[in-house]
Design a protein around this ligand. Sequence first.
Ligand SMILES: CC(C)(COP(=O)(O)OP(=O)(O)OC[C@H]1O[C@@H](n2cnc3c(N)ncnc32)[C@H](O)[C@@H]1O)[C@@H](O)C(=O)NCCC(=O)NCCS
Ligand SMILES: Nc1ncnc2c1ncn2[C@@H]1O[C@H](COP(=O)(O)OP(=O)(O)OP(=O)(O)O)[C@@H](O)[C@H]1O
Length: 212
Amino acid sequence: MIIGVTGGIASGKSTVARAFGALGIAWVDADDVAREVVAPGEPALDMIAERYGPAVLQDDGSLDRRVLREIVFADPGERMWLEEVTHPRIRERLDRHLARMEAEHGPYVLLVSPLLFESGQSALVDRRLVIDVPVSVQIARTAQRDGVDEDQARAIVAAQMSRSERLARADDVLDNGGDQASLDAQVAELDRRYRELAQNAGAKATPIVDTK
Ligand SMILES: CC(C)(COP(=O)(O)OP(=O)(O)OC[C@H]1O[C@@H](n2cnc3c(N)ncnc32)[C@H](O)[C@@H]1O)[C@@H](O)C(=O)NCCC(=O)NCCS
Ligand SMILES: Nc1ncnc2c1ncn2[C@@H]1O[C@H](COP(=O)(O)OP(=O)(O)OP(=O)(O)O)[C@@H](O)[C@H]1O
């Protein structure tokens, strides 16, 4: 069983994943895979460099993420171009990672992704857990953690699905407006339910042999 964990920027997805990790659950992070597909030598990085020129590369040939971030969050057309180049590659790698993880780790695994619904990754998972916080909290935590100014944090939030649309697509919701203890308690309860669901799904998939 694969659980998709999603939420807007700085909603707390990585913090939630670590809390599941402390209970023995494995996860793959779409932001990490998004970095892999633009590593030096990858065709996507060549396409980005061709479109934006050397300013988008650092001296060692790797992507200057700050420069590209400023380009794509100032211009929706450029963001869409970047998504067309990266998202199919990200999805394909995630699919492979998840298949391997499901075979190696039980009873369920997590796909942690900011764009689960926007990028077609929702089709890779069995349930969708939305990490929910008010937009004002997202902006404050993004600015504090990433050192980006509030306008850019707002531009990133604006490029993502709205809070209400995301909640409408959720199977489960974790309210992350509280403290770490509240987050941990909600994760413990979700883990209990997911283990139960995974066990029932496994039982259904096992053919019952009639011994008579
Ligand atoms: C624009 C890039 C270079 C900025 O890199 P940077 O290191 O500053 O940010 P990072 O990759 O850690 O992303 C931080 C957060 O920004 C948000 N974000 C990133 N890309 C997008 C996007 N296309 N649309 C909306 N939000 C996005 C997410 O909440 C993400 O968690 C990078 O985010 C990127 O390559 N984005 C395109 C690939 C993508 O969509 N990744 C999202 C995960 S599938
Ligand atoms: N319940 C909480 N109380 C206070 N701070 C929190 C809480 N949950 C997360 N944070 C802090 O908010 C910031 C964002 O959390 P985190 O990095 O887990 O979010 P994310 O959704 O993974 O972000 P991104 O979308 O950028 O990958 C971090 O600095 C984290 O320590």
